[in-house]
Design a protein around this ligand. Structure first.
Ligand code: ADP
Ligand code: MG
Length: 608
């Protein structure tokens, strides 16, 4: 009997499954509906592609974007997997050809848009052939609470029910918020679905927050230091994207631009140029999103803070899909908060929705201001509880710190909270401590409090950090509820009463005025010496580019960066050795192996 792992090895050339993949595959093979929530780049596609190859009949994959369908089908075909797509961009002949092959049972994976399900001929046709499974990719599109709502997704549930034999159904997404999850379960017609959430860690990604007002300097030197790599720069608004784009073009960088204000034609061209490695960097708003499955994106830089953690991880996660090291940098300045607040207030009218968005944004600010492990921060947002305190491979774990005595500050915070008797939350407490004369302060007559202005020489960010420290250390606590108020804990009371004699310290990150760049991604999980291997890697990359051009497919479809690095490291001498390299499946081995072996051989000869 053929097992999932055999398919993985033969067709995809990978040696083992990633966290979570096997369970989902097994559920689908057992005929159990499932909803899988895994982060961007985790490898969701394989979870339904492997079962599709093991089952009789065709697996229908519903996907929201035409470009996404085409890329996935290209990638599958490059591994000799029988896949096709039917959408509005196909010619009549192409559609007829797909139907012919479907009738003969020769297609294992069929990608369609949700709108196609409303086509009567298509539905009648599908009712007459064996359907192994229906997969809904980017399943969050069914929810209005999500970020890419698509009305067509609402038709999926009824469509599945209309089939004469109901196939097993799987839904996939990276969006983990409760409301969206509920919608997916209720609206997609899943039955007794097994829900998989997890694998949120992306071990090959290096996270970093850079606090600077000199963002342009940073960006330019970063791009110059990484000029042979693909990356995305995300801006919060079209205007900002245009500004960054123009500045980079002037300096001679090969960049493209993408936002909803550009003509379709320009957007398509930009996306193609990026996919085919004709431009190095894409400057974009979050409109540049789901459609990018390009696996060799090496860095994602956020020019400004995004609106929430969900969006951030989704966007940052587009780096390093191939498993090779990737870097995610967020350039943060406090004015970013105003920008996001403005955007939220301008776009969300409903009051409670707006409050919710602002809360999510505040959590994003917390990430930016965190001085502890960034990876830990992310994972705990997504509900995971890592066993470790520090990942040792993020900007904060690597940062230089100084030990600061904050005993006095902790006392003052406790004093202030005690004084107002747990009536207020963080914002007001911070205003009192900083001695701000806001309307609230006046309204409640708080300027007479003893703690008023006691931390007036700290900026807002610093006070926030201190309060968070007090929460972490357990001197204060927040009451749950709509307006979370702060109160003292027993430890806080003790501190206030002078019971605690020890010095309280924390590690403060030393912010560099001009943060230096080429702190090359400290090998999140890298075993090889990049500098030594680079010459050979570049030659392999060039061969990949030429081959891709000849075949009219994106370069990463042939081999990923990770695969090329491994080739450069192992220098296989024959096909047998080549087949051990991760990402070299049977089909690609025979098709591309010989030419890549030749380059490696040449390189070895020269070295002698
Ligand atoms: P997602 O849809 O979850 O964002 P993809 O399905 O696009 O992610 O997969 C991201 C990348 O990970 C792809 O390049 C894929 O080939 C690779 N990948 C998936 N599973 C594995 C695995 N088990 N081992 C190695 N690489 C994998
Ligand atoms: Mg995907």
């Amino acid at each position: 009997m053929v097992r999932p792992i055999d398919i993985l090895r033969q067709y995809f050339g990978y040696t083992s499954f990633r966290a979570g993949q096997e369970e989902v595959i097994q559920a689908l093979l057992d005929g159990r509906d499932c909803l899988a929530v895994m982060p961007t780049g985790a490898g969701k596609s394989l979870c339904f592609q492997v079962p599709a190859l093991l089952k009789d009949g065709v697996t229908v994959v519903i996907s929201p974007l035409l470009s996404l369908m085409k890329d996935q089908v290209d990638a599958l075909r490059a591994q000799q997997i029988a896949a096709a797509f039917i959408n509005s961009q196909c010619t009549l002949e192409e559609v007829q050809e797909s139907f012919r092959q479907l009738r003969q049972g020769r297609i294992k994976l069929l990608y369609v848009s949700p709108e196609r399900l409303q086509n009567e001929f298509f539905t009648a046709f599908m009712a007459a052939i064996p359907v192994a499974a229906v997969i809904i990719d980017e399943a969050h599109c069914v929810s209005q609470w999500g970020h890419d709502f698509r009305p067509g997704y609402k038709e999926i549930g009824p469509w599945i029910d209309s089939l004469p034999v109901r196939p097993v159904t799987g839904a996939f997404t990276a969006t983990a918020t409760e409301r969206v999850k509920e919608d997916m379960l209720n609206l997609l017609g899943l039955r007794r679905a097994k829900v998989f959430v997890g694998g949120f860690d992306r071990p090959n990604l290096y996270f970093r927050v850079v606090k600077t007002t000199r963002k342009t300097d940073f960006l330019i030197s970063y791009l110059a230091a990484h000029n042979d790599e693909s990356g995305i720069v995300y801006g919060a608004t079209r205007k900002e994207v245009d500004k960054v784009y123009t500045a980079l073009v002037k300096l001679g960088f090969k960049v493209g631009r993408y936002h909803a204000g550009l003509p379709d034609e320009e957007r398509r061209r930009g996306q193609d140029d990026f996919t085919y490695d004709r431009i190095q960097v894409m400057v974009a708003t979050n409109a540049f999103g789901m459609g990018i499955d390009k696996s060799n994106v090496r860095f994602v830089i956020h020019w400004q803070m995004p609106k929430n953690m969900e969006s951030y991880y989704q966007e940052a996660g587009r780096a390093g899909r191939d498993g090779a090291p990737g870097e995610c940098i967020l350039l943060f300045s406090r004015s970013d908060i105003m920008v996001q607040r403005f955007l939220i207030e301008a776009s969300v009218r409903d009051e409670s929705l707006q409050a919710n968005e602002l809360k999510l944004m505040n959590r994003m600010v917390e990430y930016c201001e965190d001085s502890h492990c960034l990876r830990r921060n992310i994972l705990s947002y997504f509900g995971e509880r890592p066993q470790w305190e520090r990942c040792e491979k993020c900007g904060n774990c690597d940062a230089e710190t100084v030990e600061e005595d904050i005993t006095q500050e902790m006392r003052l915070i406790c004093m202030c909270i005690d004084e107002v008797k747990g009536r207020f939350g963080q914002t007001v407490v911070s205003s009192i401590l900083r001695g701000e004369r806001t309307p609230k302060i006046r309204q409640y007559g708080l300027s007479g409090k003893a703690a008023f202005g006691m931390l007036s020489d700290c900026d807002k960010g610093a006070v926030t950090v201190l309060m968070r420290e007090a929460l972490r250390a357990g001197y204060i606590q927040t009451a749950p509820g709509r307006y979370p108020t702060l109160s003292l804990t027993a430890a806080g009371r003790d501190l206030l009463d002078g019971g605690t004699k020890e010095k309280i310290t924390h590690h403060k990150i030393i912010e560099e005025e001009t943060p230096v760049v080429p702190r090359r991604r400290q090998a999140a999980q890298k075993s090889y010496d990049e500098e030594k291997l680079r010459p050979l890697f570049k030659r392999l990359q060039e061969l990949r580019r030429i081959t891709a051009q000849k075949e009219h497919i994106p370069p990463f479809v042939i081999f990923s960066d990770a695969t090329l690095w491994e080739m450069a490291e192992c220098m296989p001498a024959d096909l047998a050795a080549m087949s051990d390299v991760k990402g070299v499946g049977r089909f690609k081995l025979y098709k591309y192996g010989p030419s890549f072996l030749r380059i490696i051989e040449e390189y070895k000869q020269e070295g002698r």
